[in-house]
Design a protein around this ligand. Structure first.
Ligand code: ATR
Length: 287
């Protein structure tokens, strides 16, 4: 890391658009890869308010950007603003990665589901999608990407629980496939035979209440994962570990979802390593 090359006039430019964007770990993550691979490129935070999103996206080709990530609160609006989006982004209804093509067209993708599945596969090598139903808690934007990815990966059924049931109903209608809605107040009825339990709600995040759930009806073989990564060990993961269930934390989803964008923009497939995870972890909470 000491051997930092300066940028040339030909440096490729990418970044992350959010509002606010100061909490984003993506500049740290992509910056690590750029330096590790000695790439002539930069990845910068781009604070853009909602009323300026479209203008900012339209400016990217004019400024020579190769692409951007999109984060809160812009992921859905970005889908409407790009020139074209892949099937997965359309199905999920949100864009987290924009690629600027040579002719200036903006192509939207959603790599959150890819990041989610890759994180499970690398954190729990013996997890098999086909092995049993997946219990998904939450029906927000993150849940849409997670449910679509789980069904594509081959889970026989998604059992979806959300405080506001209508949101779960619309998620199921829009994503399609084997999604069964279960009452938020009856999580125990969703757990028998499950191979996986996922928290996609904001419960358990720093500053938010914990997710109150009793994991005892889960089979011993079930894997528990949380997409929350601040704190790294959520109360849900702590409870699962106390019950000797396998767990996978949420930080890896952030690391893996970044891979396709980096590869498209900078022409190199980046690797998620322990050293990278340590470096990004060290940026948690530092703003
Ligand atoms: P994201 O895009 O990160 O998924 P979101 O769309 O705001 O964020 O979704 C947040 C999720 O956390 C939703 O499933 C939300 O439930 P509701 O649809 O009922 O709002 C869930 N959530 C947030 N606070 C919650 C709470 N106190 N109890 C239960 N669920 C909660």
């Amino acid at each position: 890391m000491d051997d930092i090359k300066g940028l040339s006039g030909n440096a490729k430019l990418a970044g992350v658009i959010g509002w606010p964007v100061g909490h984003s770990l993506s500049p740290r993550l992509h910056g690590y890869w750029l330096r590790s691979y000695g790439i002539d490129g930069a990845y910068v935070p781009l604070p853009v308010s909602p009323e300026n999103l479209e203008l900012a996206l339209r400016a990217l080709p004019m400024l020579g950007f190769v692409g951007v990530n999109i984060t809160v609160p812009h992921k859905q609006a970005a889908l409407a603003a790009v020139d074209d989006a892949d099937d997965n982004a359309r199905r999920v209804g949100a864009v987290n990665t924009v690629i600027v093509e040579a002719d200036g067209r903006l192509i939207g993708r959603n790599t959150d589901g890819f990041g989610f599945i890759e994180n499970l596969r690398s954190g729990a090598a013996d997890w098999r999608a086909e092995a049993g139903p997946a219990v998904v808690l939450g029906a927000g934007g993150a849940a849409r990407a997670v449910c679509a990815a789980l069904l594509d990966a081959g889970v026989p059924e998604v059992r979806l629980l959300n405080r506001t049931r209508e949101r779960a109903d619309s998620l199921a209608a829009e994503i399609g496939g084997a999604i069964r809605i279960i009452d938020w107040d009856e999580p125990a009825s969703a757990m028998p035979e499950a191979g996986l339990l996922v928290n996609t709600t904001t419960l358990g995040m720093l500053g938010k209440p914990p997710l109150e759930i009793d994991l005892s009806p889960l089979p011993e073989s079930a894997l528990v994962t949380d997409i929350v990564y601040a704190p790294l060990q959520t109360p849900l993961l702590a409870q699962a570990e106390a019950r000797r269930l396998s767990t996978v934390g949420g930080l890896g989803m952030l690391l893996h979802q970044a891979r396709p964008g980096f590869a498209a923009w900078f022409g190199r497939q980046p690797e998620v390593t322990e050293a990278l995870a340590d470096y990004v972890r060290a940026g948690l909470g530092s703003g």
